[in-house]
Design a protein around this ligand. Structure first.
Ligand SMILES: NC(=O)c1ccc[n+]([C@@H]2O[C@H](COP(=O)([O-])OP(=O)(O)OC[C@H]3O[C@@H](n4cnc5c(N)ncnc54)[C@H](OP(=O)(O)O)[C@@H]3O)[C@@H](O)[C@H]2O)c1
Length: 240
């Protein structure tokens, strides 16, 4: 296998939902993929489910993106294993939807620390390795339609995801002259366990594999081309 075919990806928050779908798509495309989330049990389970999806290879490591050292160890593990880093997908994210007047400070902190600080920590860990990459590396941040449109109850979530859009675009300008592309993918509603307590949305919602498809297609662009911001919406959301 040529080095180009052994591309190394680290995907945060990849034991279920969108991150799992992205990891699966990458493994199907022959990537070597490191998956991670906060629970060893969920990491082991995800790796077990992904192992048969090859030709790519998969490994897992516990990761808490709120902790800088954890992000550093995650990226270090990817580089040690793959010998390089081609792609970081900053996907780990949480949502706690409450009116501002009822929102617990802990819920605010959880969302800002996971959805925004986590991207900063993971990206800073990855950038030196991406800069060493002769093909130019790529950072894909999973934003949301909520990165541009606020909703009631979304004070912390919107703040984190609007912030992520600004962070992504600033990173893009900082890094592109180093050959590193930075992209934000902003999905609408996706059928995952993200919306705690909400009944399953039905067939109108996006699926994790749709977001994965977007990222897989993105990665096929020639290096000179840099799609920097992508919105992915359900075609027929109810009542809109
Ligand atoms: N679902 C949607 O409708 C939707 C729409 C637009 C954007 N998004 C965004 O897409 C991303 C993924 O959402 P999802 O719907 O796939 O959610 P999900 O099903 O709840 O999955 C979230 C993943 O992130 C991990 N995670 C949470 N906190 C973490 C932390 N501190 N460190 C490392 N991993 C962590 C979770 O595993 P552990 O619990 O084991 O840590 C899990 O693997 C998020 O950034 C979300 O904001 C979702």
């Amino acid at each position: 296998m040529s080095p180009r075919e052994e591309r190394m990806a680290a995907v945060t928050g990849s034991t279920r939902g969108i991150g799992f779908g992205v990891a699966k798509g990458l493994v199907e495309d022959g990537w070597t993929v490191l998956v991670g989330s906060r629970s060893q049990e969920r990491v082991d389970e995800a790796v077990g489910r992904l192992e048969g999806a090859g030709p790519g290879r998969v490994r897992g490591r516990v990761l808490d993106v709120r902790r800088r050292e954890s992000c550093r160890a995650f990226v270090t593990e990817a580089v040690r294993w793959g010998g390089r880093l081609d792609l970081l997908v900053n996907n780990a994210g949480v949502g706690r939807f409450r009116p501002i007047q009822e929102m617990a400070p802990e819920d605010w902190e959880l969302q800002i620390r996971t959805n925004l600080d986590g991207v900063f920590h993971s990206s800073q860990a990855a950038i030196p390795h991406l800069m060493e990459n002769e093909n130019g590396g790529w950072i894909v941040n999973v934003g949301s339609i909520a990165s541009r449109t606020a909703i009631a109850g979304g004070a912390a979530y919107n703040a984190s995801k609007f912030g992520l859009l600004g962070l992504t675009e600033a990173m893009m300008f900082d890094l592109r002259q180093h050959g590193i592309r930075v992209t934000i993918v902003m999905p609408g509603s996706v059928e995952t366990e993200f919306h705690d307590g909400e009944p399953p949305g039905g067939s109108w919602k996006l699926q994790a594999e749709d977001v994965a498809r977007t990222i897989r297609d993105l990665l096929a662009y020639p290096h000179r081309a840099h799609p920097s911001r992508i919105e992915l919406r359900p075609t027929r959301p109810p009542g809109k």
